[in-house]
Design a protein around this ligand. Structure first.
Ligand code: HSE
Length: 308
């Protein structure tokens, strides 16, 4: 029986300076999607592990939606049974739907003998985002598929630009286990922003990109300020200001909200610093009743989706 299994990583979208257009892939943490030939022209979700509330209906599950879009594009309906293993919590702000969507796209492409290039899979995986949270943004699925840090300049395959990763850069992520739906978090955003704020944010984004090409940790740290989205969304995250100050006091290069939250992230120059930031952030929620999960990842340009 023909079967194939792919892994795609969790991701941090926005990275403070690029709302809906920047994202980075973690490694190790992620989802697995297995496809099994079912000798029909229909797809079926047959198993979801660790995803209690995720839908089995093929028109509602991001994995089957992605596969259907690929089948329509190819006019080739080779049906598969789909098994999904969630590696981290849905609604965490670490790209849960995107990890599943990217793994589904990567697996089905390999299953068919790779009719699409990895960059071409991003548009299909983004359809999984549309069904999961109402917007086909690519800032999670692009790094989940390509690995490393990816800038989505537009929606065509050539618009996904892989940026260099600073040598030896670590990221700490902390997930406070409270519910924040991406669709709700997006509704909080104001429609208009003062031009002076936009101008300053554009400068910071430019400086961030330069810092990556110059492997300049100081410039990286000085550029990673979110002037637009953080002030609106931080209200969703209990003790956000205390978390931020704690991370910075423990030598974080930068701190911010991962995607639509509630997870937060902090960059560290080395592993020892990452460990002390993680420990200090966990302490902020001690005795609050909020359960946390935290992770340390060393960033890599090779962290994208893969067959396992
Ligand atoms: N860029 C999206 C947002 C990511 O911030 O709403 C959602 O994970």
């Amino acid at each position: 029986m023909k079967t194939i299994r792919a892994f795609a990583p969790a991701t941090i979208a926005n990275i403070n300076v690029g709302f809906d257009v920047l994202g980075l892939a973690l490694n190790e943490l992620g989802d697995t999607v297995e496809l099994i030939d079912n000798h029909s022209d229909k797809n079926k979700i047959i198993e979801i592990k660790n995803g209690a509330n995720l839908p089995f209906e093929v028109d509602e599950n991001c994995c089957s939606v992605v596969i259907k879009k690929m089948q329509e594009a190819l006019n080739n309906f080779k049906g598969v049974d789909i098994k999904i293993v969630k590696g981290f919590a849905a609604g965490s702000g670490l790209g849960s739907s995107s990890a599943s969507s990217a793994a589904a796209a990567f697996a089905y492409n390999s299953y068919l003998g790779k009719p699409f290039k990895s960059e071409e899979l991003i548009a299909f995986a983004a359809e999984g985002e549309r069904v999961a949270c109402g917007a086909a943004h690519t800032d999670n699925v692009a790094p989940a598929l390509l690995g490393g840090i990816v800038l989505s300049k537009g929606k065509n395959p050539k618009d996904y630009i892989k940026l260099p990763v600073l040598e030896g850069l670590y990221v700490v992520t902390l997930f406070p286990n409270i519910k924040v739906k991406t669709s709700d978090s997006r509704k909080l955003l104001k429609e208009t922003i003062p031009m002076t704020t936009v101008s300053r944010q554009v400068a910071l984004m430019g400086a961030f990109v330069v810092s990556l090409y110059q492997n300049d940790f100081d410039l990286f740290s000085a550029s990673l300020h979110d002037l637009i989205v953080e002030p609106m969304r931080k209200l969703l995250i209990p003790k956000f200001d205390e978390l931020k100050q704690t991370a910075l006091d423990n030598k974080a290069l930068a701190f911010g909200i991962s995607g639509s939250g509630p997870s937060v992230f902090a960059f560290a120059r080395d592993e020892a610093t990452a460990i002390s930031i993680k420990n200090a952030l966990e302490k902020v929620y001690e005795n609050t009743g909020i359960i946390t999960e935290s992770y340390i990842n060393k960033l890599s340009e090779k962290s994208g989706a893969k067959i396992i």
